[in-house]
Design a protein around this ligand. Sequence first.
Ligand code: DGL
Length: 267
Amino acid sequence: MVDRAIGIFDSGIGGLTVLKEIIKIMPCENIIYYGDTAHTPYGNKSPETILNYSRRIIKFLILKNVKLIVIACNTVSANCFKKLQQEFEIPIIEVLSAGVNSALATTKNKMIGIIGTESTIESHAYKKYMLDIDKSVKVIEKACPLFVPLAEEGWVENKIAYDTAKIYLDEFKETKIDTLVLGCTHYPLFINCIKKILPDVNIVNPAENTAMNVRNYLAAKKILRNNGNSEVIFFTSDNPKKFMQVCNKVLNKNNYDAQNFVQQVLD
Ligand code: DGL
């Protein structure tokens, strides 16, 4: 059981920001990552479509014999987590609760901004979850849809990325938020632009707490892999070559080569 891989998925490269945190604190875990690049972005799709895509990926990961699945996507977490959890027996960890808990632990003035895809923001999942825990928080939500295609292109620090971030985030300056949740796993890639625009705001990346949740779960079940070399395989539904280029950039590693990237169309 210990040697079985952790399955991680996202619509594309965004989940790599979660993978990065998982590798950081669990370097010996074997990992199978699925990026649904043929269908990205998920953030402008209907909840039914997102559920169907996610189901197919989870079935694929189960066939790969993973021991746990991480939904490294806020859009899926916000719209489908409960349904997927009911449908499948395999343990599933999502990213939204990690973001909520980090934000509530970080804010001092209880004014929190959430940025995410259109679908995540329209679901109000973050806001509802936060208000369930603490009715006194004020939550300001904002969809930033252009971040995902920019990130998939690897454009996260150039002028276009900065200008886009500025257009989306300037309005937070009019508010008194002291904490901003990056409610899409693609968004931590824009951290430098975001910090330049909102230098006095605490930025919450749910990926960090998600990785801790994964480790705690595996440790509690005594299935944490503590030693030995690990293997990471990336499956994508389209264009694994392009995925490899962006992936190595995001992970700051050049040790993944073409053998680690496999095209896998699901039906
Ligand atoms: N990275 C995903 C998220 O966290 C999906 C973004 C998208 O495909 O629109 O929401």
